[in-house]
Design a protein around this ligand. Structure first.
Ligand code: GLN
Length: 211
């Protein structure tokens, strides 16, 4: 699996290192043409306003929407989740609108601007996941097609809609590989269904003479 990691700003190196540990081939993406051939894309945490300015400056907006339209899985963490959201409360930053969630930036309040806490992953509930929140956004609303995979204080913190995964915390800053492996599973499933959607030519059939 070749997994792109948007490398404009933020924690892209940490995502790439964790993906490599999980057996994937990470590829740091700095220009839109480098998106060609990726099986998935990580949009890392960092600062969403800055990242949005760089997305516009480098002409990434349409290529990212095109990639999502091709059912290539996306994984947004923290600022990345803000950029993938349908709606948010920052007038300076647009949202790509590829997952039906509403988020509020920095909305947990000062006391948990940054904190570590245990959460339960619905797809791997046996062991708690140590989630690291760094000036995290709050997911205020989720649309009907969004599945909540983990909550903290009653609010969704890990959500999925079809091929899009979004976390308000930073799984790339811990040793726990479960969420990245879950995302790689999404990428494998999407790659298989893309191959099925385009029927491979059948040599024996195409060479046969049909009377
Ligand atoms: N507070 C940042 C923002 O609103 C997100 C922080 C992060 O990605 N850790 O963009």
């Amino acid at each position: 699996m070749k997994i792109g990691v948007l490398a404009l700003q933020g924690a892209f190196r940490e995502h790439a290192a964790l993906l490599r540990r999980c057996g994937a081939e990470p590829s740091e993406i700095r220009l839109p043409e480098e998106l060609a051939g990726v099986d998935g894309l990580v949009v890392p945490g960092g600062e969403s306003t800055t990242m949005w300015k760089l997305i516009v400056l480098y002409g990434f907006e349409k290529p990212l929407l095109d990639l999502a339209g091709m059912d290539i899985p996306f994984f947004g963490t923290c600022a990345g989740a803000i950029l993938l959201a349908g709606r948010h409360n920052d007038s300076e930053t647009e949202a790509l609108g590829i997952i039906d969630i509403s988020v509020s930036r920095n909305a947990y309040g000062r006391q948990i601007d940054s904190r570590e806490t245990n959460i339960t992953l619905s797809f791997s509930p046996q062991e708690p996941f140590n989630a690291l929140f760094i000036r995290a956004p709050v997911i205020d609303e989720t649309g009907p097609d969004v599945t909540v995979l983990a909550r903290y204080r009653g609010k969704p913190v890990l959500v999925r809609q079809d091929t899009v995964l979004a976390a308000t915390f930073h799984p790339e800053l811990t040793e726990d590989e479960r969420i990245h492996r879950y995302f790689l599973g999404m990428c494998t499933a999407a790659a298989i269904s893309r191959t099925r959607a385009v029927p491979a030519p059948c040599p024996s059939f195409s060479h046969s003479v049909i009377p």
